[in-house]
Write a protein that binds this ligand. Structure first.
Ligand code: FAD
Length: 391
């Protein structure tokens, strides 16, 4: 068991932090933040070998390990949250689904431009009537005349406003075993996107509408019976989500320490008050404990994929730590933290979202409990829709 990162990994962390600072700058307030991921963030990271860090070189990746990708995202997001989102898009989410499931032709057409930072992709699973119970999704796919015809709608798609193409989760027939995924390009006929809505964090999300949208059959990424495989790969996305939660919590702690060391009330610096010192110590404890779970999940991989249970624990712990620390930091900054432009306010809003995105905290608890229940009493079966169809 090792509890330190290697010299090479520390060099990676230092170099990506430096790169982010010099190319995009550290973020000091909510007003500094661009809306969406600027394209030059993607190209710059790709040019520096930070796209597909954990993907094999044969797929256009860097041939590194999952833990390296997690460390890089954590380091980058701590300096600049939007740059962290860019690195996430270049390494996890739809990129991983394509790398794991795509044919050579799909990889050539869709993965290569993403890994070059020239194309942005998004993952469209959630629907108005199918959130946590994603296997109840209703978007249909049927083959007709060499095409797949898609009908349905999607909600909350991150990068919906800017993505060039979407990995759309669909059903080929009724029932939980008939789910797969199809790649839909932005300009496809019968496909429209409404990106006028935003999350609490200010990020715009897409509402996608597919109305007899016909795409080439070659765009089928995963045929029916693919749900389990797609969810296994989705665990990678969860680790990127966890890494960013942790990073933003760490950034919030930095804000709290800096403020407490300067702000004087009752004739003393805030950090001289015992009550606040304990609070800072508790914040660090939360982050460090969550970090250990994240690094464990990212290190113990099987065929490049982390375990379901370790991923769920890591995501849950990092989501909680990130949000709770950001919340505490906001309190320590007082009215300055609650100012609408404060960085800590933004970190609070972003970390809150990750307790819902990528599988809610409750779904992570269900996943952890599922492993425990199966081990303790195999005779007790969890209802199928919760056990197997959940995000
Ligand atoms: C910031 C952000 C980014 C997102 N990005 C994307 C994206 O890129 N692509 C995409 O497809 N989706 C995306 N989503 C959607 C996200 O995946 C869903 O919001 C999430 O899965 C929850 O679904 P829901 O909102 O429909 O809530 P519901 O599933 O309706 O759940 C509502 C509440 O009930 C709880 N609940 C539900 N079932 C159970 C149960 N069995 N036991 C206990 N509690 C339960 C949930 O935990 C939650 O608290 C994003 C969401 C957010 C907030």
């Amino acid at each position: 068991v090792r509890f330190t990162i290697t010299v090479e990994q520390q060099m990676l962390v230092d170099s990506v932090s430096r790169l982010t600072r010099s190319e995009f700058g550290a973020v000091n307030g909510a007003r500094d933040l661009p809306v969406g991921v600027p394209r030059n963030y993607l190209t710059t990271f790709a040019e520096h070998g930070l796209a597909g860090i954990a993907l094999p070189e044969s797929a256009g990746g860097q041939g590194g390990r999952l833990i390296d990708a997690v460390l890089a995202i954590e380091a980058v997001a701590q300096v600049n949250p939007i740059a962290g989102d860019a690195l996430q898009a270049l390494n996890f989410g739809a990129v991983q689904q394509i790398a794991h499931h795509g044919t050579d032709a799909i990889k050539e057409k869709f993965l290569r431009p993403c890994l070059a930072g020239q194309s942005l992709t998004a993952i469209a699973m959630s629907e108005p009537e199918a959130g946590s119970s994603v296997s109840e999704l209703r978007t249909t796919a049927r083959s007709e005349g060499g095409q797949v015809i898609l009908n349905g709608s999607k909600i909350f798609t991150t990068h919906g406003a800017d993505a060039d193409f979407f990995v759309v989760w669909v059903r080929f027939a009724p029932g939980p075993d008939a789910i797969g995924a199809v790649i839909v390009e932005r300009d496809s006929a019968g496909f429209s996107i409404d990106s006028s809505n935003a999350f609490l964090s200010g990020e715009r999300y897409g509402m996608l509408y597919l109305s007899d949208c016909g795409v080439a059959e070659e765009n089928i990424l995963v045929g029916q019976h693919g749900f389990r495989a797609m969810i296994s790969v989705f665990n990678l996305e969860r680790l990127g989500n966890a890494a960013r939660s942790l990073a933003l919590g760490q950034a919030a702690l930095g804000q709290a320490i800096a403020h407490a060391s300067e702000r004087v009330q009752f004739g003393r610096r805030l950090d001289e008050f015992q009550g606040l010192r304990w609070r800072l110590a508790e914040m660090l404890l939360k982050l460090e404990s969550a970090r250990l779970l994240l690094y464990r999940a990212a290190t113990n991989t099987d065929d490049g994929l982390p375990s379901e249970s370790e991923t769920a624990m890591a995501k849950l712990a990092c989501n909680r730590a990130g949000f709770e620390v950001a919340n505490e930091a906001l309190q320590i900054l007082g009215g300055y933290g609650y100012d609408g432009d404060s960085l800590v306010g933004y970190l609070f809003r972003r970390t809150r979202g990750w307790m819902i995105a990528g599988g809610t905290t409750e779904q992570m608890l269900n996943r952890i409990a599922r492993g425990m229940v199966h081990q303790a009493s195999p005779a007790v079966s969890t209802p199928r829709r919760v056990a197997e169809g959940a995000k």
